[in-house]
Design a protein around this ligand. Structure first.
Ligand SMILES: [Zn+2]
Length: 315
């Protein structure tokens, strides 16, 4: 085994150890935030599949989908699935894929599960993947799903990005007139879900992050590297830079390219061939672009789309 292999396997073992802590956890022992009783992986999968017709309970309960060891505000486990390096092949890069940051964006969860089904069959060791199919289980599983988490915080405004303290709160007040859907929280990383995500990024050290959202029908890129011109039918378009977003934190502060996939509809899944087409384009972009050449700190810059911001953020 080469030195690189050993390094990757070392990371994998570290991750497995963290996961095993979770698997052995006594309910309630690692509850986040509210102190509510924690919920088992089995129960979590039952609830997710009960909410999303396009997510099969058995996919969620499949081998390899495990509790990360972190819990949402209301005690739901944050599930992860790792596709580790395969023996004899050093992965080109580590890639993190995240769905369900916003609980009312159903398709962003379903597409991640769909992509995991593809990798279940085709994982070749080309990349080392970690998937977080549902970052915000509390938002999804409310009777009426919400964008925000169990404490009413927009997780994609709560990341510890530059200028959060200076303008995070005032942008919320001025730009969206205190719309509760975009509440950034009392301070960066105030929520267990964002603590989990920052910790995962620090431990896994991904070379690229793919985050799925809806319903803007575009691909956005933050951080270094050449953006993908399109994923499936989704074309490249700059959405805008807000304090506390994952793109702002991981892309601009940590220097990791962040692809934001904005699907066209929250409640309607793309067709299967479109999901496969997006996947193929994504893998092709990863092969062509990631890891970013050492020393390349070029940041893709394009004017934010005021029209899009008006349309979506109502300002
Ligand atoms: Zn979103």
């Amino acid at each position: 085994m080469s030195r690189v292999d050993r390094r990757y396997y070392g990371r994998m073992v570290i991750f497995a150890l963290i996961v095993s802590v979770c698997l052995c956890a006594v309910p309630g022992s690692r509850a986040a935030g509210s102190g509510e009783k924690t919920i088992s992986r089995h129960e979590a999968c039952e609830r997710i599949a009960g909410k999303l017709a396009s997510v099969n309970r058995n996919d969620c309960l499949a081998d390899g989908v495990v509790c990360s060891g972190s819990y949402s505000v209301r005690g739901m486990p944050i599930l992860v699935k790792e596709y580790p390096p395969l023996e004899g092949r050093s992965p080109r890069a580590r890639v993190l894929v995240i769905g369900g940051t916003h609980g009312d964006e159903y398709a962003s969860v379903s597409v991640v599960f769909h992509w995991m089904r593809i990798l279940d069959i085709h994982h070749s060791g080309l990349f080392h993947w970690i998937f977080v199919p549902l970052l915000n289980p509390d938002g999804l599983l409310r009777e009426r799903s919400t964008r925000t988490n169990g404490r009413g915080v927009d997780l994609n405004r709560n990341m510890p990005s530059p200028l959060w303290h200076e303008i995070g709160y005032t942008r919320w007040v001025e730009a969206v007139e205190c719309n509760p859907r975009y509440y950034p929280g009392p301070y960066p990383m105030s929520e267990p879900e964002t603590v989990f995500l920052v910790d995962l990024i620090h431990r896994f050290k991904p070379h690229a992050i793919i985050s799925l959202h809806t319903p803007l029908n575009l691909v956005d890129h933050d951080g270094p590297g050449r953006p993908a011109s399109a994923l499936g039918s989704l074309g490249l378009r700059k959405l805008g830079n807000f304090p506390g977003t994952l793109g702002n934190y991981a892309g601009m502060k940590c220097g990791i390219p962040v692809i934001t996939v904005e699907l066209a509809s929250s409640g309607r899944m793309p067709q299967d061939d479109e999901i496969s087409s997006m996947w193929r384009d994504l893998v092709r972009w990863l092969i062509d672009t990631v890891p970013i050449e050492p020393g390349s700190d070029e940041i893709w810059v394009e004017e934010d789309s005021e029209e899009l911001q008006q349309e979506f953020f109502g300002k």
